[in-house]
Design a protein around this ligand. Structure first.
Ligand code: HEC
Length: 101
């Protein structure tokens, strides 16, 4: 009984680490998105620029995800991360939002 409890606890700890979206978000941002978003290339909302992100954060994650998946203007579909899942991309957007508000 006691062993089972600690196994369950160990398993949920492992899942907590595996599911750490902000780490993956940063990794993907640093390899795929920063080329445009670090400096604000072609009107991209600049990383950390509160004024650029405020209206987008107000519009909400779902509205942003439509643009991230499909692209818009100079924003390429999936931000060039073609092997990213929607969940991966959500993690990146969450990371960018958290650093820009
Ligand atoms: C080739 C340059 C480029 C790359 C690479 C890029 N973006 Fe963008 N991104 C843009 C531009 C330009 C816009 C502004 C689009 C507009 O509003 O017309 C934008 C807009 C956005 C927005 C705001 C959408 C909205 O609701 O207005 C998000 C979120 C975003 N990008 C996320 C990402 C993510 C995540 C990645 C990496 C996986 C990424 N971008 C990679 C250029 C880029």
């Amino acid at each position: 009984m006691k062993l089972t409890t600690s196994l369950v606890m160990a398993a949920s700890l492992l899942f907590a680490f595996a599911g750490n979206a902000s780490t993956d978000g940063k990794k993907i941002y640093d390899t795929k998105c920063f080329t445009c978003h670090a400096s604000g290339v072609a009107g991209a909302p600049k990383f950390g620029d509160k004024a650029a992100w405020a209206p987008r954060i107000a519009a909400g994650m779902d509205a942003m995800m439509v643009i991230v998946i499909k692209g818009k203007g100079a924003m390429p579909p999936k931000g060039t991360c073609t092997d990213c899942s929607a969940d991966d991309l959500k993690g990146v957007v969450q990371y960018m939002m958290d650093k820009s508000k």
